[in-house]
Design a protein around this ligand. Structure first.
Ligand SMILES: [Zn+2]
Length: 119
């Protein structure tokens, strides 16, 4: 374990110098976002650690944005003519006690005594 990783780049990480204070096999790395942190070089070299953690955060954010875009507001008309708006198909499905895919299949038609329309 005395290989010199100085200056090597793995994914978002640039290896700076050994970090013996943090334990065996730990090296200081600088992430593309500017964060410097000591981490296990074997995880970095194997691609298990690809950033300081910002990559995961960005991906989570991107996923959230995707989910927001997929959200479909809908309106449910009940048998008695009452209507109610829902922020998403899934919240409508929850309120009606119906599985989400089932509700999707019956969008825009009468089903089980109610009608669901996208807004
Ligand atoms: Zn980072």
């Amino acid at each position: 374990m005395c290989k010199d990783y100085t200056g090597q780049r793995f994914n978002r990480l640039l290896v700076l110098r050994p970090a013996p204070d943090y334990g065996e096999g730990k090296w200081w790395c600088r992430c593309d976002c500017g964060t410097e942190f000591p981490t296990s070089i074997s995880a970095v070299a194997a691609g298990r650690t690809v950033s300081c953690g910002c990559y995961r955060k960005e991906r989570a954010r991107a996923l959230c944005a995707t989910n927001r875009r997929r959200t479909t507001q809908c309106e449910v008309t009940f048998q008695d003519g009452r209507t109610e708006r829902f922020e998403s198909i899934s919240s409508a499905a929850r309120a009606l006690g119906v599985p989400v895919p089932t509700l999707f299949q019956h969008l825009g038609e009468k089903y089980n005594g109610f009608e669901v329309h996208k807004l």
